[in-house]
Design a binder for this molecule. Sequence first.
Ligand code: AMP
Length: 191
Amino acid sequence: MKAVLLGGPGAGKGTQAAKLKEHYSIAHLSTGEVLREARSAGTELGEKAASYMDAGKLLPDDIILGIVGEKLDSPGMSGGFLFDGFPRTIPQAEGLDEMLATRGESLDAVISIEVPDNFVIERLLKRARIEGRPDDNRETIENRLRVYYEQTEPLKDYYRKRGLLKPVEGTGTVDEVFERITAVLGKGTDD
Ligand code: AMP
């Protein structure tokens, strides 16, 4: 199974990705998590990422594609993977297609988790109180939503045209959303 989880900030991508990773025994890559780890480790990447993240802006595509390219070559990815928070722009999606094509691979499905904006803002403000993520304040959240509509939403058309887009209703309990996603993805075997 090679799949992408698409959805705006706070759509529940990370939560679902963690469950799907277990369910299908596949690797999970969250570019946001890689960047947060780089930040806590104080690496050059982390320092560069911080200003973008705190402003709710996307990092340059070449940096993100570099991170993903490296991960794609790690042995854990060969049994299938789930990307969460990547791709986020058309150039990233094109870059991913190229990287997979050179490896003789392609995506099986793109799950788009659909949730209304007002729901997302409340959810993210709650997460800010619980987890203390520095990019979960109202101003950054509104920026991230704007960036999502401008740069990431067009990916739905990109993948719809390729017959890969599977929209899933993202409201309800974590388990309800998980059931909907697994119903769409099926058993996840290649046949
Ligand atoms: P996330 O955890 O996916 O919400 O990502 C948190 C932040 O990391 C985003 O608001 C961006 O600043 C940055 N980021 C994560 N993934 C990407 C990506 N694919 N492209 C550009 N920036 C990203």
